[in-house]
Design a protein around this ligand. Structure first.
Ligand code: ZN
Length: 568
């Protein structure tokens, strides 16, 4: 391609509304433009990168035995009602009506449509296993779109769905996708980690997120250097502490007048105790039934863990009226003694004695509360968020934290959708069985943004060769000099002949402008065609990655780049 004919609107200034480097550089390098909040156009250069990512994904998915198809973006409400997600998906699901007043949505994901397709076409175990994927547009009406294409509303995603006859097959399908993802992200030049994750609104039994290491990432990951355990923040397990060796003397209960003292901080200040000595008692309604979660004053309840433990559909904080009903007092004075509902405690309270608790009486707290002496507490679980430095749940070494951008997610769904939508097959014995499903997503635009987060410098993007929109840019420093033009044209033709994707910067611009643009758009090799070197029959080849410059004969420039590009 000739630069003069290509639409690459680069920008010198950093866009005001772009917080992250990848967002700034995608706009500055002319990869994307914003149309509306969270909705972007990919310009020609950006689309070339997207196509590179898609091609890598396609090759690895096909290699893993998955087959490509394309499903519609517009989907009828009926299918979503069948799976139950029409009610549960929330406002991220953009719903609308057509001219006949039928309800539709814009697909945020395709479990319903693929399950419908497969249940209609697959009848026998002989037709399974099956893994189908697409690379297609999704829409999720995010509350707060940000970071450019990282958290946007309309985006291209690769989503794959596997159907198996048994658990063993489903696990093999999951493993294949897991391995394919490792290859995909490695080929995209990313440093990443696969972490254990919660299954969230997709549902199912277990899952892994693929997080690209980046300081600007929205996701916090938890990992252990010793044993390799890795999980996201919601999922990371904490363990029960060891029982204290020396037994503390249990002091007598003492009710204390604590007027208007409600928060943990206020309690600690008023009673001159540390938060570790205070019990936070939170009353939740789980599918309409009350449950109290007790946790040490310095810890936070991880509601996802509570929800998973209870296996409930909804978990909400109890209202003021409900708290009065079960505790007999207002929020802030709730405690376990005499509380009329199921109680469970986080491991952080394991073995702790002489605790401060709410008295279930307005303006009172109780000191020296001890279980089982003063209240019945049998259930201890992992219900809190992990901290950096906590022991690893697998090996006990210290846990580390890092930030990352989620680029992929694999789920073992089990029979969640096949049960809801009756996707069954006949087994060897003619018995009807539910298909066992998995689903596997990759955010294509996110891969591009995450790659830029990891590969850039002050001058701009530094593309890995696998994703670069062009391998080589040929830059004659002055297009008005015939000798330079001729040399540049010759090299350009040779590059094309050798199968390189080459961009000839034939613009009548100052050399500095061209060099800056070449750095900004991040092309791996720049062949500089300047008067001094050309007079000697040579050109300079600059490596974008490390700034190294090699001088080679004009005739050898293209093959030099070819070797470097295809050696990777
Ligand atoms: Zn470990």
């Amino acid at each position: 391609m000739r630069y003069s004919q290509m639409f690459i609107p680069t920008v010198r200034e950093i866009p005001a509304d772009a917080e992250t480097v990848s967002h700034q550089l995608m706009i500055r390098a002319g990869l994307i433009r914003k149309l509306a909040s969270g909705i972007y156009t990919y310009l020609p250069l950006g689309l070339r990168v997207i196509k590179k990512v898609e091609q890598i994904i396609r090759e690895e998915m096909n290699r893993a035995g998955a087959q490509e198809l394309v499903m519609p973006v517009v989907q009828p409400a009926e299918l979503w009602k069948e799976s139950g997600r029409w009610e549960h998906y929330g406002k991220e699901l953009l719903r609308f009506r057509d001219r006949k007043d039928s309800e539709y949505c814009l697909a945020p994901t395709h479990e319903e449509v693929i399950t419908d397709l497969v249940r209609n076409e697959v009848k026998s175990y002989r037709q399974l296993p099956l893994n189908l994927y697409q690379i297609q547009t999704k829409f999720r009406d995010e509350m707060r779109p940000r970071f450019g294409v990282i958290r946007c509303r309309e985006f291209v995603m690769k989503d794959a769905y596997s159907f198996d006859i048994d658990e063993e097959g489903a696990e093999l399908s999951y493993r294949k996708m897991f391995d394919a993802y490792q290859r995909i992200f490695t080929r995209c030049g990313l440093r990443f980690r696969a972490v254990e994750a919660d299954t969230g609104s997709i549902g199912g039994s277990f899952s892994h997120e693929f997080l690209v290491m980046a300081e600007t990432g929205e996701d916090e990951m938890v990992y252990c250097d010793r044993c390799g355990y890795a999980a996201n923040m919601e999922k990371a397990e904490t363990i029960r502490p060891e029982e204290a060796k020396e037994s503390k003397e249990l002091k007598p209960l003492e009710e204390v007048f604590t007027p208007n003292v409600k928060t943990i901080e206020e309690v600690c200040q008023f009673l001159q105790v540390s938060p570790q000595d205070v019990v936070k008692t939170l009353v939740y309604m789980a599918d309409g039934r009350p449950v109290a979660v007790l946790i040490r004053g310095d810890e936070e309840v991880n509601e996802i863990k509570v929800k998973n433990l209870l296996g409930c559909d909804t978990l909400e904080m109890a209202t003021d009226e409900e708290i009065i009903k079960y505790a007999g007092s207002h929020r802030g004075f709730v405690g376990p003694i005499g509380l009329k509902c199921r109680m469970m405690a986080d491991f952080s309270l394991w073995g702790r004695t002489n605790l401060v608790v709410g008295a279930n009486r307005e303006d009172y707290h109780i000191k020296n509360a001890n279980y089982p002496r003063d209240f019945d507490l049998k259930e201890f679980h992992d219900l809190r968020f992990i901290h950096e430095g906590d022991p690893c749940p697998r090996c006990g070494a210290q846990i580390n934290f890092a930030r990352g951008i989620e680029v992929g997610h694999v789920f073992k769904l089990g029979t969640k959708y096949s049960r809801a939508m009756r996707a069954v097959y006949l087994d060897r014995n003619g018995q009807e069985k539910y298909m066992i499903m998995g689903c596997y997503g990759i955010g294509v635009g996110r891969v591009v943004a995450a790659c830029i987060e990891q590969h850039h410098d002050d001058g701009g993007i530094i593309w890995p060769i696998s994703l670069a929109p062009f391998h080589v840019i040929i830059t004659p420093v002055n297009v008005r000099e015939r000798a330079l033009n001729e040399a540049a044209e010759k090299i350009y033709q040779s590059c094309i002949d050798l199968g390189l994707e080459a961009l000839l910067d034939d613009r009548d611009e100052r050399a500095g402008v061209k060099f800056n643009d070449a750095d900004l758009i991040g092309i791996p090799f720049r062949i500089t065609v300047g008067p001094k070197k050309v007079a000697e029959g040579k050109v300079e080849i600059k490596h974008r990655l490390d700034g190294r410059v090699d001088v080679v004969p004009i005739e050898a420039a293209a093959s030099y780049c070819q070797k470097a590009v295809f050696a990777v």
